[in-house]
Design a binder for this molecule. Structure first.
Ligand SMILES: [Zn+2]
Ligand SMILES: [Zn+2]
Length: 405
């Protein structure tokens, strides 16, 4: 039996949380999100652009509508007024090692990231669900005998191939076991300052690389099975093999300087580059390569290498700032962590607040375009929802009108 509550009443965030905490029988946040929850805030980034005085209506795990508050009305929905805050889609990190690094999924969720793509770790099937972190993974890296990542991370992260036939069979096995994407190692090692440069390696660089024939076989088999291939590239040799083999994506901006014509070719061919600029900020090439790639129209997407020691377990605003440093606008950088990332996963409209999108969203304090925290506030959201279920509820002790300091 549901407790009757006046549905036209506008609940302030604190009151909603208090009601939920009070445990009113039959009434929880979840009932409201299933029946219809209208969240309003002074600003919103919808995956593509900012909207002022905005609202998003969610029901049964999906976004029903979003836009200027005056255009998003629903008399039957409970209202949650967040005031001086910014609604955004949940952030998507396209490069993490959460299973390998034992990063708690709940911690990642609490800090604004609602989808992760694990590029090197346990091979486990894609999972999602209301209130859960959305997970897709690559499993181990396709590599050759004694190739990266074996000298740095041991054999547990390597799927070793020997010749094109073995490459095809390995890709087929990984896909059957649940790999949502194939990651191939094209890394001879030795780039100064790179987290994988080989300083603590069991065998010193240079490490062997797959041949172009092997790399082509990996890409062909992955594509035949509906999977993209992302390549771990750190320098010119690996980049040349990736371009020749038709790899879809580079899992990093290369850490060593790469000739401009190769970055231009990658941009022209529509290769996507995952940023990982924060963890690579000590390298000679990462920022410079990304800047040239972007200047030629290349698409740079958000990924952090989460589980590397300097990366927070959740959203990394420093990564976003570095993406802007190499030439993206704030909107473009945010799109790289939301709508364009959802597209890259093949899960669009995930990463947007368009009708029908999964209700994965966060609310950060204040206007994230301004001071008082700015994009840093995305690391400590006031509210986090996945699949329509609230996993971080607004703080009862704080007025929703007052941003966190
Ligand atoms: Zn990598
Ligand atoms: Zn990585």
């Amino acid at each position: 039996m549901r407790t009757r509550i006046n549905r036209r009443e506008t609940l302030k965030a604190g009151a909603v949380a208090a009601a939920a905490l009070a445990g009113a029988p039959g009434w929880t946040f979840q009932n409201e999100a299933d029946d219809g929850l209208l969240i309003t805030a002074d600003s919103m980034f919808d995956g593509h652009r900012f909207v002022e005085n905005a609202a998003v209506l969610v029901r049964k795990g999906k976004v029903v509508r979003s836009g200027p508050a005056r255009s998003v009305r629903d008399a039957s929905a409970r209202r949650l007024a967040m005031g001086s805050a910014t609604i955004t889609p949940g952030m998507i990190d396209l490069h993490v090692h959460a299973t390998q690094g034992h990063v708690p999924f709940d911690r990642i969720l609490a800090h604004g990231v609602t989808t992760i793509r694990d590029l090197g770790g346990d091979l486990r099937p894609t999972h999602e669900g209301p209130g859960r972190l959305r997970y897709v993974g690559a499993g181990p890296l396709v590599t050759v005998q004694d190739g990266y990542p074996t000298p740095v991370w041991g054999t547990g992260l390597s799927a070793v191939i020997k010749g094109p036939a073995s490459a095809r069979a390995t890709v087929a096995r990984l896909v059957d076991q649940g790999a949502a994407i194939i990651k191939m190692a094209l890394e001879p090692g030795g780039e100064a300052g790179a987290p994988w440069s080989g300083e603590h390696a069991s065998t010193p660089p240079p490490w062997p690389l797959p041949s172009i024939e092997e790399a082509r076989a990996v890409v062909q088999e992955a594509h035949r099975r509906g999977r993209k291939v992302t390549a771990h590239v750190g320098e010119e040799q690996g980049v040349r093999i990736a371009l020749a083999a038709g790899v879809d994506e580079w899992a990093h901006s290369p850490s060593a300087l790469v000739p401009e014509e190769l970055l231009k070719e990658a941009a022209r061919k529509g290769v996507r580059m995952i940023s990982t600029l924060d963890t690579e900020s000590h390298t000679e090439g990462a920022l410079r390569n990304a800047r040239i790639f972007v200047s030629h129209g290349g698409r740079l997407l958000y990924g952090t290498d989460m589980a590397h020691p300097e990366i927070p377990h959740g959203f990394d605003s420093q990564e976003l700032s570095l993406m802007m440093h190499v030439g993206l606008t704030l909107e473009q950088a945010l799109a790289g962590a939301t709508s364009l990332a959802g597209e890259q996963l093949g899960l669009a409209p995930l990463g947007t607040l368009r009708p029908g999108a999964p209700a994965d969203l966060i609310v950060a304090a204040g206007d994230i375009r301004q001071g008082h925290g700015g994009v840093k506030n995305l690391e400590y959201p006031l509210l986090v929802m996945t699949g329509g279920r609230l996993v971080v509820t607004p703080d009862t002790t704080r007025s929703p009108q007052t941003p966190a300091h």
